[in-house]
Ligand binder design. Structure first.
Ligand code: ATP
Length: 305
């Protein structure tokens, strides 16, 4: 039996370019791995690839072939030419589902590592990264962890230097938001504003030097000032109630606040661990979210526990 721990991510910068002809957007995406994470346990099975899930959001996780953990197991088996792969994958789910924290991608990355160990395949890390990119744009980062700049669809990763530990709070909303729907709303808002939404209209995004310096210096105040998410307006447009969540965390003393990825989870940067605990308690009491978790990062990517 192999258990793999895998982090969730928050994008400290999510720069969204225009819509490309292939339907994707060019991104300048600074991924940050946080200790809030899932655990995927792989055990032998003679019944093919089977799944189970536990945790408060377990009912929202599909247990069919569409689950990214099952897809990862199938892809790894096919890559190695395993004719009749058998594994049971149990997902202990702590990452909010459809929450903008790449929970499904995390489980895909964890399943690659867990099945690789269970089946004793010793797949090179570079190959796991390539398989991860086939599964989805956010999966390679869940393998890598730490902090990284993602380009292209987000899958071309460059690890970034970070000093020390940053303290975060995540406010979990009721229900999720569909990532494609949030990108579509971003395009719609750009068209409505008259700026256009195609890649010929919108400048290609780039990493913000002030944000990179704040990470390298371990400067939480500077990082808070540099947090940006080009999907935030779209997430707020689809879920206006998130404005109250962002306000509640800011009023409780967070240094900075933003929607995490495509939302609806909201992320707050705190001064230190005590500050994060206080912001989380205030958010839970505010009635503007389902729950709130204090956590920290960066942490490593998917690894055997
Ligand atoms: P991202 O930030 O990468 O856009 P997200 O965090 O908003 O994603 P996920 O939790 O990854 O969203 O879930 C998106 C959808 O993916 C879910 O609604 C579910 O149908 C599907 N899904 C597939 N596999 C999983 C999984 N292992 N865990 C959760 N959802 C999964």
């Amino acid at each position: 039996m192999i258990t793999v721990r895998v982090p969730a991510k928050v994008n400290v910068q999510l720069g969204v370019g225009g819509l490309r002809a292939d339907g994707f957007h060019d991104l300048a995406n600074v991924f940050f791995a946080v200790a809030l994470g899932d655990e995927v346990t792989a055990s032998d099975s003679s019944e093919g690839i089977t799944l189970s899930c536990s945790g408060p959001d377990a009912d929202a996780v599909p247990l069919d072939d569409s689950n990214l953990a099952a897809r990862a197991a199938r892809l790894l088996a096919a890559h190695h030419g395993l004719a009749d792969p058998g594994v049971h994958l149990h997902i202990a789910k702590a990452i909010p589902v459809a929450g903008g924290m790449a929970g499904g991608s995390a489980d895909g990355a964890a399943a690659l590592v867990a099945c690789d160990a269970l089946w004793k395949l010793e797949t090179p890390f570079e190959t796991l990264l390539e398989l991860a990119a086939e599964l989805g744009s956010d999966v390679p980062f869940a393998l890598l962890g730490g902090v990284a700049l993602g380009r292209g669809r987000g899958e071309i990763l460059e690890p970034l230097a970070v000093e020390g530990t940053f303290h975060w709070v995540f406010a979990v909303a009721d229900g999720g938001l569909s990532t494609p729907a949030v990108f579509r709303e971003c395009d719609r808002l750009r068209d409505e504003a008259g700026t256009g939404s195609a890649d010929t209209d919108v400048p290609t995004p780039d990493a913000d030097p002030a944000l990179l310096a704040a990470l390298a210096d371990g400067d939480a105040v500077a990082l808070a000032a540099a947090l940006t998410n080009d999907l935030q307006l779209a997430a707020l447009s689809l879920r206006p109630a998130l404005a109250a969540t962002l306000r509640a965390g800011t009023e409780a003393g967070a240094l900075g606040a933003l929607v995490s990825g495509s939302g609806p989870t909201c992320a707050f940067l705190a001064k230190d661990a005590d500050g994060a605990a206080a912001v989380a308690a205030a958010l839970r009491a505010s009635g503007t979210c389902r729950t709130a978790h204090a956590t920290y990062g960066p942490v490593p990517g998917a690894a055997v526990a």
